[in-house]
Design a protein around this ligand. Structure first.
Ligand SMILES: Nc1ncnc2c1ncn2[C@@H]1O[C@H](COP(=O)(O)OP(=O)(O)OP(=O)(O)O)[C@@H](O)[C@H]1O
Ligand SMILES: [Mg+2]
Length: 185
């Protein structure tokens, strides 16, 4: 039997950072399904969708990438502060951008969990879910994170996932375990 959480269930932001095709969206969906099955309110703020509305018009310069991350960080903090488990599969390549989001959560004592989906770039480029690595290699795209645009790995993440040697379910379960350790599920 599962116990439904009460109205005071604590929310949290779970930020999944990593390279394109690292597995962020896939893990977010598995985790979201499990949490919803347990009766939690869950929101997935996926980078691609957000760029179609909240961040429409932003590009991929350092400044625009930061603006995108700060907007998502703000929305996620508001959701999490109000009891939602907000899962954020967004590349967020810059350490200072991610740090600002963490500080925003600290300021309201809202739980924040940073997960580095640390799939090596050669595995990501083989997966190439959206064909970005191929387009970059063919000279039809520039500014691909981890290839010809920076990716600053988290220095002290709450969890590091080696997805190249895990199933998506195992990766999602590892994130769930961190939430459980913190009393958030
Ligand atoms: N352990 C794992 N965790 C997550 N994905 C995995 C794992 N093992 C294999 N995969 C596969 O890797 C691919 C990851 O694609 P996904 O769209 O989730 O990447 P992403 O990080 O969201 O990329 P992008 O930044 O471009 O949106 C999927 O095809 C997924 O099935
Ligand atoms: Mg994705």
């Amino acid at each position: 039997m599962t116990t439904k959480p009460g109205p005071r269930a604590r929310g949290a932001t779970v930020w999944l950072t990593g390279l394109p095709s690292a597995g962020k969206t896939t893990i977010a969906r598995h985790l979201g399904e499990r949490l919803e099955a347990e009766g939690r309110r869950v929101e997935i703020l996926d980078g691609d969708e957000i760029r179609r509305f909240l961040s429409a018009g932003l590009g991929f310069s350092r400044a625009d990438r930061n603006t995108n991350v700060q907007r998502i960080g703000l929305v996620s903090e508001v959701l999490a502060r109000n009891g939602v488990l907000s899962v954020v599969p967004v590349i967020a390549p810059y350490a200072d951008s991610r740090e600002a989001v963490r500080k925003r959560h600290e300021a309201s004592a809202t739980p924040y969990v940073e997960v580095h989906v640390a799939t090596p770039v050669d595995v990501c480029s083989e997966r190439d879910v959206k064909g970005l690595y191929a387009r970059q290699a063919a000279g039809r795209l520039t500014g691909l994170t981890g290839v010809d645009d920076p990716y600053e790995p988290p220095a002290d993440p709450d969890l590091v996932l080696a997805t190249q040697s895990q199933t998506p379910e195992e990766s999602a379960d590892a994130v769930y375990a961190v939430l459980a350790e913190r009393g958030l599920v």
